[in-house]
Each structure stands twice: as C-alpha cells, then as structure tokens.
Design a protein around this ligand. Structure first.
Ligand SMILES: NC(=O)c1ccc[n+]([C@@H]2O[C@H](COP(=O)([O-])OP(=O)(O)OC[C@H]3O[C@@H](n4cnc5c(N)ncnc54)[C@H](O)[C@@H]3O)[C@@H](O)[C@H]2O)c1
Length: 333
C-alpha cells in the first residue's frame, strides 16, 4: 500500500505515519510546516522512519499539480492538512478557507483527474453540526448531558456551519462526499471532535486535553472558557490510525461516506472530570477559574460511532484512563 498523508507532520499525521510505516506500508508526506511543533514531528519521522515531508502548501494549486505529477499514484490519501483553530479562523477567515476548503478541492481534483481509484479520507469536524442549541442539554454536577441521546449523536443531525472554521470544514466535508457521489470516487469524511495522544503540540484553543494536562502538571492557574462541564468523547490517535486502514479496505466508490467518529460514550469526559482525574492520579490540586463560554461551543459532542462501526467493524480500544495515563507519563517522565 502506498499512502499520501497531507499534513503528515502534524499530530494525527505523525501517529498515522508511524502506524502505517510500522505495518509495512509506504508513506509519502506533504506538509508546509506552518504549525508550531510540526518541525519537531518532521524531525521525529525523519530520524525514526527516514520519512521527510515534501514542503507543499495544499492550498497552492500549482504546487499540488507539480507534486502529484511527480509522485502519483497513491493507493490512499489521508487528507489531514488543515487550518485547525476556530479562533484563528475568526482572525483570518480567508486563509482558513484557502487551506481547509481550497486545499481539499485541490486534493480531490488531483484524484479525479489522475487517479480516480485512490481512496481519499478527509478529516472534518463536529463543528459541521453548529452549536447544537436545538438539543436538550441538562447541567449535572460535573458535566452537561444530552439525555435524549444516551448513546451519542449520529450523522442525522442537521448541518449548520458556524464560524469560518465550521464553514470551511463543512465545505470540505461536502466536497469530499460530493466527489464520491458525482465522480464515483472512494471518499470518506470523518466528523470528530477531540483526538488526543502523543506528538500533539497543543495550544489553548486546540488540543485541549494535552493543553490542560500540561498546564495542570506545571501548576499554573487555568482560565476556562465556560464552567468546565463541556463534554467531548476522546479518541486516541492510535485508534484513529487503525480506522484509516479499516476504511481504506472498506469504502466503496460512489457513496461519499460521512461518518461521525469519536471515542464514544464510554470515553466521554468533561473538563471538570479531567481535572478530577489529574488530581486523583497525581495528588496535585488543579487551580482554575471559570469564564465566558466560547462562541458556538457545543456543550456536548459525543459520537455514536454506529455507522462507522457497522461499515468497518472498528471500535475504539484505548480507554480514556489508559490514554491519559500514557500522556501523563510522557509529561512527568
Ligand atoms: N486533533 C483533533 O482533535 C481534531 C479534531 C477534529 C478535526 N481535526 C482535523 O484533523 C486534521 C489534523 O489535525 P491535527 O490535530 O493533526 O492538526 P495539526 O495542526 O497537528 O496538523 C495539521 C498539519 O497540517 C499542516 N498544514 C497546515 N496548513 C497546511 C497547508 N496549507 N499545506 C500543507 N500542510 C499544512 C500543519 O503544518 C500541520 O503539520 C485537521 O484537518 C484538523 O482540522 C483534528
């Protein structure tokens, strides 16, 4: 198998490149190294697997055409390159659109024109469902819950793109599906919220699990957006990497799969519960202040995983306790 990973020096890309290389697949990486920490990941992949990223900007059509002309064909593409921050999308909506929407179109066009049998698996977002204010949410002691969705949300939630990031990811999500249907390509768009694991270089607005863990272990006072009861289902990056392989083996042409993907209800966690977990494991006391909620922040997003599991047989294997313990061990080593 020959894979292309766009954004392959990013957090998820580095975990995927590791997984694919370890199983004997050939991996080609493109990345513009614009993300803080992507150079560190690139250095890791170079040293460990002799993998060097091609410096290509996915939003640049000429660069993409040159790259594909030289390097095609691929059996599968994991399209991970993206502008990943909701806040950055508010500061520079045009760049956000260029990277997330045009970048995805550039990938799809290369496949449509030159290698229509290549599978394309793209990373979308729970943000395509808007802020979910239409869903009844109840505040409990440590978390919000959506009592009408005890097993999490399926793909039948109405689409509602909020914020430039939601719009650009939503556009990419729709193009992925539509190219599947219209041009009979093998595409899938994964809608997930929080992925965590090694090789993540978090910021306050992206990679919240690793960010809060780092801040807590460093003993810094943490300023929260909201009251800390927001819930996400945490998906470990190694579980996501296994899913890419399972999807490549299963997805048919002509469908344009749209799949909610996450750690599922068993691996759902609120920020307050994360703090309680840290205090329990480390004996530290986490110092935090509550604050204004972020615009358009969903109170709960938990993926039901029913469609993706029925399609591929995949299910998350790394429990939150195991995944967090590994992260913590990495920080305190
Ligand atoms: N991490 C999560 O929890 C999460 C959740 C939902 C969706 N996603 C999506 O998954 C994908 C990967 O996320 P991640 O967490 O690994 O982010 P990341 O920032 O670690 O990785 C993205 C990589 O893309 C590269 N990149 C950015 N713009 C580029 C461009 N124009 N051309 C080429 N490379 C470019 C960056 O340098 C970086 O290495 C993104 O599309 C993101 O929106 C991630």
């Amino acid at each position: 198998m020959r894979w292309l990973i766009t954004g392959g020096s990013g957090f998820i890309g580095t975990n995927l490149a590791t997984h694919l290389t370890e199983r004997g697949d050939e991996v080609v990486v493109i990345d513009d190294l614009s993300r803080n920490g992507s150079e560190l990941n690139a250095a890791f992949l170079l040293e460990k697997y002799r993998l060097e990223p091609h410096r290509v900007d996915v939003s640049n059509r000429a660069q993409m055409e040159d790259f594909f002309a030289q390097e095609k064909p691929f059996d599968a593409i994991a399209h991970l390159a993206g502008q990943v921050s909701f806040l950055a999308s508010l500061e520079d909506p045009r760049r956000d659109f260029e990277v997330n929407a045009i970048g995805t179109l550039n990938v799809l066009e290369q496949v449509r024109l030159h290698s229509p049998e290549t599978a394309v698996i793209g990373m979308s977002s729970n943000k395509v469902y808007g802020d979910l204010t239409q869903i009844r949410m109840v505040e409990e002691e440590t978390r919000y819950v959506a009592p009408d969705y005890p097993r999490g949300f399926g793909e039948n939630l109405p689409l509602e793109f909020h914020g430039p990031y939601g719009c650009s990811k939503g556009t990419a999500d729709q193009y992925l599906s539509d190219y599947g249907r219209m041009f009979h390509l093998r595409t899938a768009s994964l809608r997930q919220s929080s992925v965590y694991g090694p090789h993540q270089h978090p910021r306050s607005d992206q990679g919240w699990v690793a960010h809060l863990l780092e801040e807590a272990v460093a003993g810094r006072t943490i300023q929260l957006n909201g009251v800390g009861k927001q819930v996400r289902d945490l998906l470990h990056a190694t579980d996501l990497a296994r899913l890419f392989v399972a999807l490549e083996e299963t997805i048919d042409a002509g469908v344009g799969y749209q799949l909610n993907v996450g750690g599922g209800v068993e691996n759902s966690l609120s920020i307050l519960e994360l703090f309680a977990w840290i205090e329990d494991k480390t004996g530290l006391s986490v110092d935090f202040r509550t604050g204004q909620a972020r615009p358009s922040d969903q109170l709960v997003f938990v993926s039901a995983n029913e469609t993706v599991s029925a399609l591929t047989g995949w299910a998350p294997e790394v429990s939150v306790d195991t995944g967090l313990s590994r992260l913590l061990a990495g920080l305190t080593r």
